[in-house]
Design a protein around this ligand. Structure first.
Ligand code: SAM
Length: 374
């Protein structure tokens, strides 16, 4: 469910300058006074000008202003309260802890709350889909599955992994699920294969299959799940005995070159960007952490690995354009910058990557893989 905040009241002046805010509501969390607070991810981070410098706020707590009103799809002009999440551990807490928030605004009127994620399929394709398709192929080679298996692809996005399974693993059936309705629609429209069924679903609420799935996979998703250990335990439960759960995530801290270079330059210009850099946000994206996650969830025969793909950008424009698409952490950060700051970042990157003008830019992207059975 998505909420668009179009006006704020009793709020810091700088917040008013940053509306509209688009918030993807992730999870309802109970508080001491009511059960219906929501944790939401901001499509574009809010820049919070504190006494000790700028901070970027990526998540907020949202609640309908009146006790007898609940946030629901289709409601228009709903007054809500808004608090900044200042401690990321709140994202995995089962209960609301307002001490981890800065209470910021009341009397906020939201234009509408409608079903639908903030992800735009084509923008994602341009930014990440073109690389995730290649890494998906390498992943299937690494798994070396037998033919005619039943698969569940969790967090299918625009369908990169599902398509690759169909093309290279000769499956009996693939269920592709994602919490984002637009992504599910995108998969339904793009993949005509009769073996594929695309449904709305998420870790913790997986589409069930009698007898369990032979293979459960998840590409570039685990680090976005609030409680990954519970999620992996749920995946193991959804397997048939003898089945395998496997996943991969980008090496954000190391050789995910095109993002690493982006964040290094962004942080050099704006120290507040360090807080939204995926290297800091996703410590799970490391082979030892992934193996510990799978073992902690009860998986057996756990193994990790590494996959590398070349990422060739035809020109600096080809590198930079996808950062303007507003989908994903780095493009959302770019959208939070004013025109001059954006131009400075672009110029630094251009100087670094294409000092002699146009020409191809050859980089590498690495993903870490992990697998385990029940
Ligand atoms: C980076 S995309 C990866 C998409 C696709 N698997 C690929 O390789 O291109 C991350 C996906 O995870 C999905 N996602 C986010 N939270 C999730 C959750 N709790 N359970 C399942 N999927 C989730 C998002 O909607 C998004 O489609």
């Amino acid at each position: 469910m998505q909420l668009t905040i179009t006006a704020v009241d009793h709020a810091p002046a700088d917040l008013a300058e940053q509306v509209p805010l688009t918030i993807e509501l992730l999870r309802e969390i109970p508080g001491t006074d009511r059960p219906d607070y929501w944790i939401g991810a901001l499509r574009t981070p809010i820049r919070w000008r504190g006494n000790d410098g700028d901070r970027l706020i990526t998540h907020v707590v949202v609640v309908a202003r009146w006790q007898d009103t609940r946030i629901a799809p289709g409601i228009r002009d709903l007054p809500v309260g808004l608090a900044y999440v200042t401690d990321p551990s709140l994202l995995t807490d089962p209960k609301l802890d307002m001490s981890k928030c800065a209470y910021v605004a009341i009397g906020i009127s939201s234009e509408t709350a409608v079903d639908g994620g903030w992800h735009a399929g084509t923008a994602y394709e341009d930014f990440m889909g073109r690389w995730s398709r290649r890494v998906a192929e390498r992943f299937i080679e690494w798994l070396a599955p037998e033919p005619r298996l039943t698969w569940l692809d969790i967090g299918c996005g625009t369908g990169a992994l599902t398509e690759t399974i169909c093309r290279h693993a000769d499956p009996a059936a693939v269920v592709a699920c994602d919490p984002s309705e637009p992504f599910v629609e995108h998969v339904r429209a793009r993949i005509a294969d009769p073996r594929v069924q695309a449904v709305v679903g998420r870790a913790g609420a997986l589409p069930a299959r009698a007898g369990g799935y032979d293979r459960i996979v998840s590409g570039l998703v685990l680090n976005f799940i609030p409680d990954p250990q519970q999620a992996v335990a749920g995946m193991l439960e959804a397997l048939r005995s003898g089945g395998v759960v496997s996943a991969y995530v980008w090496d954000y801290a190391g050789r995910m070159d095109f993002l690493r270079l982006f964040w290094e330059e962004a942080v050099a210009l704006d120290p507040a960007a360090a807080g939204v850099d995926e290297r800091a946000r996703f410590p799970l994206c490391d082979p030892a952490a992934l193996e510990a996650l799978f073992r902690g969830a009860g998986a057996r025969d756990v193994r990790s690995g590494a996959l590398e793909i070349p990422t060739r950008f035809a020109s600096f424009e080809d590198y930079w354009r996808p950062f303007l698409g507003e989908t994903g952490p780095a493009p959302s950060y770019v959208a939070s910058l004013d025109k001059a700051a954006r131009a400075r970042l672009r110029a630094r990157l251009e100087h670094l990557l294409a000092p002699g003008g146009s020409g191809a830019i050859d980089l590498v992207a690495r993903a870490w893989t992990v697998r385990g059975g029940r």
